[in-house]
Write a protein that binds this ligand. Structure first.
Ligand SMILES: [Zn+2]
Length: 408
């Protein structure tokens, strides 16, 4: 289930934690950090919404923290970037190079480098994770883990861009520890683990308006379930480190990005139906953020990031092995992110918390997905291991802790 390299380390930590806790009493309280990943959050769409006051919660985070673009990897897609972020190593090193690796759907058994949640667990930090992409099958942590995008199940046998319900998961565990699954089914319900699969072009033809509206309704049902799940976990299972993620925004952008007749792939029968569909995803995300913010006090760090942006088609890059892989060529994709040059579709980064500068805009592409894990470790005073290629984002702190930062 877990790569041998970490399973050994994890069993050592599971034995070591209780001893450690006894010896260190009274333990210094560890920082509380909540990380929220939003798949493919696109600043081009978000900035006008912020100006119009339609994302009040994200505005609050920007005012009270640091924000900017987040440099991503080449040909970015979810499993490739998330695993880069987890490990701060490049895709060739960590092994999760795309949705499919050697013809097999990306999964945690393929991960060849140690992810940040394993390092935190070993450091005695309690860890809670829910719906984070590329975490299936789940791995043992010092807390809980519920998998996200790429979870396999009924009507979602390959696990790629579809939505199995919790009770319908197959081919591995979606919840650690197992006992939590029964509790979630009872108290949260049989929720969808990932976002809805996009409709095929053949199904859309002649039923565009009806299908677009019913698809968007289903997306909102999934988001409501997710909001309930996050709220339940933050209320009843608070952890020092919590990592939550959403993926419906990106999926909507791929086929309902508000393009104009001048863009490639414009089809009025689809693209004029709901020009508000994609921006509405972020207005809806802002409400989810509002419910998460209720669990955040002045001593909590909040990091929101996206793994990449998403832009209307500009070049087809047929030679790129990642081109179009994300949607099996069945849906009329009009926007994408797996461009060969990842700098065409940067992600985004927002951070606030004790000692983080207020209203700081990070210019350019100085912050990258490689830097997130080292920065999280820094918050816990854990030195980043040698294999990590990123750096601590010291520029976001009022007074960088030199003791830790100097080791970079
Ligand atoms: Zn995508």
């Amino acid at each position: 289930m877990i790569p041998r390299k970490f399973s050994l380390l994890l069993s050592v930590f599971l034995l070591a934690v209780p001893l450690f806790a006894q010896q260190q009493t009274p333990a210094k309280p560890k920082p509380r950090v909540i990380v929220v990943g939003v798949n493919g959050m696109e600043l081009d769409i978000i900035r006008p919404l912020l100006l119009k006051g339609q994302m009040p919660n994200l505005s609050k985070v920007i005012e009270n923290g640091a924000y900017g673009k987040l440099r991503t990897v080449s040909a970015p897609n979810c499993p490739r970037v998330y695993t880069t972020l987890f490990t701060s190593t490049n895709p060739e090193e960590h092994g999760v190079t795309g949705f499919l690796v050697g013809g097999i759907t990306a999964n945690t058994n393929m991960m060849k480098e140690e992810p940040v949640w394993s390092m935190l667990s070993k450091g005695g930090v309690t860890v809670g994770m829910a719906n984070v992409p590329a975490t299936f099958p789940v791995m043992p942590v010092n807390g809980y883990m519920i998998s996200g995008m790429l979870t396999r199940g009924k009507n979602c046998e390959d696990g790629v861009l579809c939505a199995p319900k919790l009770s319908e998961v197959m081919g591995g565990d979606a919840v650690y520890p197992k006992s939590l699954q029964t509790e979630l089914l009872k108290n949260v319900g049989d929720f969808y683990i990932d976002c809805e699969r996009m409709p095929a072009a053949s199904d859309l033809k002649g039923h565009e308006t009806e299908l677009i509206n019913s698809w968007l309704d289903k997306v909102q049902v999934i988001r409501d379930q997710q909001t309930k799940l996050f709220d339940y976990l933050l209320t009843t299972h608070p952890t020092e480190f919590t990592f939550l993620a959403q993926s419906c925004e990106d999926r909507t952008g791929h086929w309902l990005y508000p393009i104009t007749p001048f863009n490639v792939g414009y089809n009025a029968s689809i693209n004029s139906v709901r020009q508000d569909a994609f921006p509405n995803q972020y207005i809806a995300f802002d409400k989810v953020l509002g419910s998460i913010l209720k669990h955040i006090d002045d001593n909590t760090y909040l990091i929101i990031f996206s793994d990449h942006g998403i832009k209307p088609l500009r070049e087809f890059e047929e030679k790129d092995p990642h081109a179009h892989m994300d949607h099996e060529k069945t849906t009329p994709v009009i926007a994408k992110h797996d461009f060969a040059d990842g700098d065409d579709v940067p992600g985004s980064f927002f951070a606030m918390g004790p000692g983080i500068k207020h209203d700081l805009r990070l210019m350019g592409l100085g912050a990258s997905v490689y830097d997130v894990a080292p920065t999280i470790l820094h918050l816990y005073g854990i030195e980043q291991p040698k294999q990590m290629r990123g750096r601590v984002l010291t520029e976001i702190f009022e007074k960088p802790d030199n003791k830790v930062a100097a080791k970079q």
